[in-house]
Design a protein around this ligand. Sequence first.
Ligand code: MRU
Length: 348
Amino acid sequence: MPLEKVETLRWKDGCLEMIDQRVLPARFEYLAYADAASVAAGIRAMVVRGAPAIGVAAAYGVALEALKLRAASAAERRSAMTKAFDVLAASRPTAVNLFWALKRMRALWDRLGGASGDEFANALLAEAHEVLAEDIRINRSMGAHGAALLADGARVLTHCNAGALATAGHGTALGVIRSAVETGKKISVIADETRPFLQGARLTAWEMVQEKIPVTLITDNMAGFMMSRGEVDAVIVGTDRVAANGDVANKIGTYMVAVLARRHGIPFYVACPLSTIDLGIPDGNAIPIEERDASEVTGFRDCQWAAAGVAVRNPAFDVTPAELVTALITEQGVVKQPNRQNVAALFK
Ligand code: MRU
């Protein structure tokens, strides 16, 4: 299936449908969601993942709950909607887009005041549709700004999946690559496998193969070798939360790649919509880092390879200090050497 036809999230027959990213690339299938609690469970289980996509899913979770409550009394609706916001907010802690989307939906809910159940549900659903459409527009704009940074023939390493599957479409880091390819540049991608959940091997490789953008898969511990042999021209990753000083949280292993890139004089770019910047967090130390289940490290699906009973750590994200970031690529333009001043200036 050509990827431009693939919708990571879509509204169908009164439900939110999301591609089940846990089973890709072996199977391509949608799961349907009809209320906030099930959307929250889908986010937690990684049916949908990637910061912007999680935000879009949360917006639909709120809208679905409002639709369910169309005939409820105002008091019932208030109580159930408060629970819906809470359950969605508790689904995953690191990607700030989740909280950004919930804040946006909450602000609309507050503005609706004494609206009827139908008005209330229709307005929230329209807003969720707008969050989705806006995400694609933003990714296209980031792509246009970032494409100029890549030379024709560039070999670009990426970590995790910051592609169409991590967003409503086009992608952030992979969006920059797609946009560069659209301008006629020949770009090839080196995809880190991305242990332990294998977003690189399963999702980034799949997206690139679908679009016939040349891609080479490596395990995470091969990045240094590739760089030392002069086989990487640039690194582009996405992010789950950027602190006010420009520190960047992204998939575990990103920090290692950034250190290696600096060692080898390779530019390290972070594609980052403004909805991923959290001015309320002073620096990367304050970004909440999700710890996931040990089973993701001791094995994969039905195959367990680690000794039973071994102690395990499984932080899902790490923080790359701003000093290692060559530039943030945003929908408003490229911010070189991010710091407190130039990050704040994006919001003026
Ligand atoms: O745990 P995941 O798969 O949700 O982590 C995703 C990432 O780390 C992405 O790089 C990030 O969300 C940016 S996606 C445009």
